[in-house]
Design a protein around this ligand. Structure first.
Ligand SMILES: [Zn+2]
Length: 249
């Protein structure tokens, strides 16, 4: 398997993980990776024969340029209508090699009810805690991102962050590898799940100021830990292995 085939499979694998964890359902959502050092991108395609994000195969991952145009007319497959989420991020942020856009219902509830995602835990999941502590931007429009202009609009809302909520729509994450972008989506979903369940149970309180300082300044084990080659680094590699194994059964 060449590196290129490998990257196609890694995009498909990230789709299967996110589908298996119910971060999105049916055909909604897409995952992409930049071909290292190029202006080309592998993205999950849409097609009449597709089974949905959870069952994505490498054959359903197509190559597009930064204008969102499919390369080589893959039979029966087209770029997703929201391909501009991906291309706009790759265009604006050279350090980004992986992008995830999914529709996790638990997270969306917080944008609908305009409730913040609070830092309710620390050591339970330090990566998710840090997301909350760093602040999570929200893209206020609820429309489908079907043009380069809307893509640029979303990129402005994300700024230099790795994750973004999209009101009444979904989430977008961007990272140095497709696996880490998927891990951030999983962490965001975990943060929303705990916030949601804590609100049902009683009166959730953020962790203490003293502990917030610890997690805010804590070493980010997953952030930009690899050599910029679009592969996950450090601990992310091991965590990803676990999620990959979940999709094997
Ligand atoms: Zn969407």
């Amino acid at each position: 398997m060449t590196n290129i085939d490998d990257l196609r499979e890694r995009v498909a694998q990230a789709c299967r993980v996110l589908g298996t964890l119910d971060l999105t359902k049916a055909a909604t959502g897409h995952v992409s990776a930049r071909l290292p050092g190029t202006d080309r991108v592998f993205v999950r395609a849409r097609g009449q024969d597709e089974l949905g994000v959870r069952y994505t195969t490498a054959a359903e991952v197509i190559e597009v340029d930064l204008d969102g145009r499919a390369i080589g007319n893959p039979p029966g497959l087209v770029a997703p209508s929201e391909v501009f989420i991906h291309t706009s991020l790759y265009r604006a942020r050279p350090e980004v090699n992986g992008v995830v856009h999914v529709h996790p219902s638990k997270v969306i509830l917080f944008t609908i009810c305009k409730k913040p995602l609070l830092p309710l835990f620390g050591a339970y999941d330090p990566s998710a805690a840090k997301l909350a502590l760093d602040g999570i931007p929200t893209y206020e429009r609820s429309i489908t991102i079907t043009t380069p202009e809307l893509g640029a609009d979303l990129v402005r809302a994300i700024g230099s962050k790795r994750v973004c909520l999209m009101r009444g729509h979904g989430i977008t994450t961007a990272h140095q590898s497709v696996e880490e972008a998927a891990l951030d989506a999983i962490a965001l979903h975990e943060l929303a799940t705990i916030n949601y369940e804590a609100a049902l149970l009683g009166d959730p309180e953020p962790i203490s100021e003293e502990d917030q300082v610890v997690f805010r300044s804590g070493r980010e084990s997953r952030q930009y830990s690899a050599a910029g080659d679009g592969r996950p680094g450090g601990r992310a590699k091991a965590v990803w292995r676990y999620y990959t194994a979940l999709t094997a059964s």
